[in-house]
Design a protein around this ligand. Structure first.
Ligand code: NAD
Length: 288
């Protein structure tokens, strides 16, 4: 696995970052968050249309459509782009970039398998949602479902801005996977039902309803509704700002550096990042 070579900046050593999807909503939100960290500096903004510039602490950087020129200076790639772009740039970097933080969602099963393969000699932290709040919500669902048992039906809803192309969201898929796993452990049935258009039958035992809403500028809202005969419990998370994701990305970067130093490549999740923080008895809030 490639080792980290630090760059000198004002007598301080920094780790060069490539920001893939630099001009997108998440890219633009991540830029100031990364630049605020002394240990990191953006050396390369990557976009499919190599136009415009990125304003960084080194001054303005041109946006490139390729990682090739800069890959030797880049030690970590942060990717919030599209599934095709993620796979393309991982191949283009051909092992030169040891750390990948992947926030892109909507991968096919084949693309997921390719990323798992890349993780054999890289540290990859991949999450459908980097916000600490959503990861706490996943944990709460895991606690609540066995306590409530089969008497409660589960419906998962997600709402996002009108520009989002994939549905259901990666986070809704994470909630579903978690719920299916819990039901399996409890020896119960689990069957995802996507919307109910044209379905003319009563709700079946073990169904998990999945519903996507799109509109306006909603950054991200997810709810797991547990509906019983006499009451309901709603576990809900709403992101007010994309900073909810960027602080998780920064925590993931520090985590990945530690894994790289320990020579422990692999495909990691936000639950690993948070477990590390808890084991160090950090408060569960944000900040590395
Ligand atoms: P966006 O459309 O605003 O930005 C995506 C950027 O990637 C655009 O600037 C686009 O030009 C660029 N891009 C797309 N294809 C490319 C390619 N082939 N080569 C180079 N650049 C390419 O979208 P966004 O809201 O910033 O979200 C980006 C991704 O991140 C989506 O998959 C979204 O679901 C996901 N997301 C994940 C989290 C999380 O916490 N994991 C949070 C928010 C969004």
């Amino acid at each position: 696995m490639t080792e980290i070579n630090l760059q000198k900046e004002d007598d301080k050593e920094t780790i060069g970052i490539a920001l893939i999807g630099a001009k997108g909503r998440m890219g633009q939100s991540l830029l100031p968050a990364i630049e605020a960290e002394k240990q990191f500096s953006i050396v390369c903004g990557v976009e499919k249309n190599a136009e415009g510039e990125l304003s960084t602490k080194h001054g303005s950087l041109p946006v490139s459509a390729s990682l090739k020129e800069k890959q030797y200076a880049v030690k970590a790639a942060i990717d919030f782009s599209s599934p095709e772009a993620t796979l393309f740039y991982m191949q283009e970097a051909s092992g030169e970039i040891p750390i990948w933080i992947i926030g892109t969602t909507g991968f096919s099963a084949e693309q997921e398998a390719a990323i798992a393969d890349f993780a054999k000699d890289r540290v990859i932290v991949k999450a459908g949602n980097f916000s600490v709040g959503i990861n706490v919500l996943l944990h709460l669902l895991e606690e609540a479902m066995p306590m409530l048992g089969l008497g409660y039906d589960l419906e998962i809803t997600e709402t996002h801005h009108k520009h989002k192309v994939d549905s259901p969201s990666g986070t809704a898929a994470m909630l579903l996977a978690k719920a299916e796993n819990i039901r399996k452990k409890l020896g119960e049935k689990a069957e995802a039902v996507y919307g109910r258009h044209g379905v003319r039958r009563k709700r079946q035992l073990g169904e998990i309803g999945m519903h996507s809403l799109r509109g306006g500028s909603v950054i991200g809202q997810h709810a797991a509704m547990l509906l019983g005969e006499d009451d309901k419990i709603v576990l809900e998370h709403t992101a007010f700002s994309r900073r909810a994701f960027s602080s998780g990305v920064i925590a993931a970067l520090y985590f990945a550096l530690q894994r790289l130093a320990e020579k422990k490549p692999g495909l990691y999740a936000m639950s690993d990042v948070l477990a590390l923080r808890l084991s160090r008895q950090h408060p569960p809030g944000i900040g590395a």
